[in-house]
Design a protein around this ligand. Structure first.
Ligand SMILES: *Cc1c(COP(=O)(O)O)cnc(C)c1O
Length: 225
């Protein structure tokens, strides 16, 4: 049976792929709400990093698709759902509470894995966006690295942030700059931090300019949702 034709914008993908590869930026293709055929089409072009926002959708796609895909969880993760993705998840981007970190650690232990995570930092003006503030990130990393808070089955490898939803590039750029500054100052202290996940379809060029090394791009590759 043929795959049904997909809406994947391969020209746009190749353009983004070229730019990110030149800059050593990891491209996470965000496939939420898109069918497995679209993911398979990009996989067939050699792509391996895919991002999803919902646990049930992700586990369904994980079952259906090749096992060498690196799945990124980029949504808001509820503690009671960590167990469903713990056995296979490559990177959890949006860790925004110690409760969640503790649960990821617990499920990592159960599956004998050290699960890689990014701490989500609140950089946007909007109140609704999840994440730690800068002081909370500092405190948490100090506790983890001093052993005061032990999460042996979690590896905190970096930070993630989302800029304000505004066309004003000055605002977005300043928010990315702020996160990059925090990232570099923490990196100087903690060698395990090497991922800075920031930038989506609308602002990825700006994010890379401001120091991002991982972008999460959906609609430019897969079309509107
Ligand atoms: C959906 C989503 C993206 C991708 O958004 P696009 O604008 O389609 O590129 C990136 N990051 C997060 C956290 C998302 O929820």
């Amino acid at each position: 049976m043929d795959h049904s034709p997909t809406m994947v914008n391969t020209a746009s993908y190749q353009e983004i792929k070229k730019l990110t590869a030149e800059r050593n930026v990891t491209l996470v293709a965000v496939s939420k709400f898109k069918p497995v055929e679209d993911i398979q089409a990009l996989y067939d072009l050699g792509h391996r990093d895919f991002g999803e926002n919902f646990v049930q959708e992700l586990t369904m796609k994980y079952e259906a698709l090749p096992k060498d895909i690196r799945w990124h969880f980029i949504g808001h993760l509820q503690s009671n759902k960590v167990k469903y993705i713990a056995p296979f998840i490559h990177l959890i981007h949006g860790v925004d509470s110690e409760k969640l970190l503790a649960e990821i650690n617990k499920q990592g232990a159960k599956t004998s894995r050290q699960i890689e995570c990014l701490l989500q930092v609140h950089i946007a003006m909007e109140e609704t966006k999840f994440g730690f503030d800068e002081d909370e990130v500092l405190t948490l990393l100090t506790q983890i690295n001093s052993g005061e808070a032990a999460y042996p089955n979690v590896l905190v490898s970096g930070l993630m942030g989302m800029a304000s939803f505004t066309p004003d590039e000055n605002i977005v750029g300043a928010e990315f700059k702020k996160l990059f500054t925090l990232f570099t100052s923490l990196q100087a202290k903690y060698a395990s931090l090497n991922v800075l996940s920031m930038g989506m379809s609308g602002d990825y060029k700006l994010a890379i300019q401001e120091g991002s090394n991982m972008v999460r791009i959906g609609s430019l590759i897969f079309g509107n949702r």
